[in-house]
Design a protein around this ligand. Structure first.
Ligand code: ADP
Ligand code: MG
Length: 301
């Protein structure tokens, strides 16, 4: 097969591993710098140009679109879809997953366990939003944050109120969430490929940090998950319409709750913690699913 991978950095572990896994299985994988693509919409046959030349036909495209270029990256991915190329994850599903509020709305409809979360616009509603989320301690987060940046823990209602007001003043959208204290600064990343759980790891934050992101100095180890956690992860992937994703769970007193679903999960942490060849599983999924011209939107919302 001929596979295109939309990625900016050739040297990233995840990208190198996907390339290796594709080549080991006899496929050609071209890494394409998303931002250097341009799109010709006016022509009757949709096409993509790259560094001055029209891109050849591909059987599949692996989108690895960084959060900072979501808008442009999704436009390029949509163009591949218009051309009938099989996307590992669809543009619509990635778009859903990039907005934490939209994700939680989709998951809540499916009955997936979630932390109590509130969202409002009017600053007059701040006290009510804090009360509805159960009062301090509370987590306040940017709707489109990543890597733990933009996630704040407020210990008292007063500090929660001032954090909410500060974010509002900066004109960014936030949500207010119950703090799952019993998670003890750890979360669980479950890697789902093609509707199956391939691996799971427990991430623990650096000393003194409630955020367990590996980018924030957290550490990871393989973990065995419960049947309930497994089904929560699988249902979340399905509801979001993602073929490949990292589902982030917290172990709360009221069962597993999903914090977010990541549509471009990093492979380094999970492969090193578990010794499982996730890149290989992803390429095998493409082998199974890539039937050019069959793009359709899975999942809803
Ligand atoms: P990001 O997209 O920046 O990774 P997350 O919502 O995943 O944002 O939050 C980052 C980390 O903060 C999580 O991995 C988790 O360790 C911690 N965290 C987030 N929300 C909560 C919460 N409601 N209760 C306890 N810990 C949380
Ligand atoms: Mg996260």
């Amino acid at each position: 097969m001929k596979i295109a991978m939309l990625a900016r950095n050739h040297n990233l572990y995840s990208h190198k591993r996907l390339q290796e896994a594709a080549e080991e299985r006899g496929h050609q994988l071209d890494m394409i710098n998303t931002l250097q693509c341009y799109i010709n919409i006016a022509s009757r046959r949709p096409s993509i140009f790259y560094r001055g030349e029209k891109l050849p036909e591909y059987d599949a495209v692996i989108p690895r679109i960084g959060a900072s270029i979501t808008f442009y990256g999704l436009a390029v991915l949509r163009q591949f879809e218009m051309m009938g190329v099989f996307p590992l994850n669809e543009s619509v599903a990635i778009g859903r997953s990039r907005d934490k509020l939209r994700s939680l709305q989709v998951l809540s409809r499916e009955g997936v366990g979630l932390p109590v979360t509130t969202f409002a616009h009017d600053p007059k509603q701040t006290d009510e939003v804090i009360a509805q989320a159960g009062g301090a301690p509370l987590v306040i987060k940017l709707l489109e944050g990543t890597q733990g940046i933009g996630v704040v823990l407020a210990d008292t209602d007063r500090s929660a109120k001032s954090v909410v007001e500060a974010f509002r003043g900066a004109n960014v959208n936030i949500l207010v969430q119950e703090f799952i204290k019993e998670a003890g600064g750890s979360d669980i990343r479950v890697l789902v490929v093609g509707g199956k759980v391939m691996a799971a790891m427990k991430r623990t934050g650096a000393e003194g940090d409630f955020r367990s992101n590996l980018h924030r100095g957290g550490s990871a180890m393989q973990i065995k998950i419960s049947p309930e956690e497994r089904s929560t992860a699988i249902r979340s992937a399905k509801a979001m319409g993602l073929n490949v994703c990292g589902v982030d769970l917290l172990r709360s007193n009221h069962g597993p709750v999903v914090m977010e679903v990541n549509s471009s999960p990093g492979l380094e942490g999970i492969e090193k913690a578990t010794n499982i060849d996730i890149a290989g599983k992803i390429i095998e999924l493409i082998e199974k699913k890539a039937k050019p011209g069959k793009t359709k939107t899975i999942g809803k919302g």
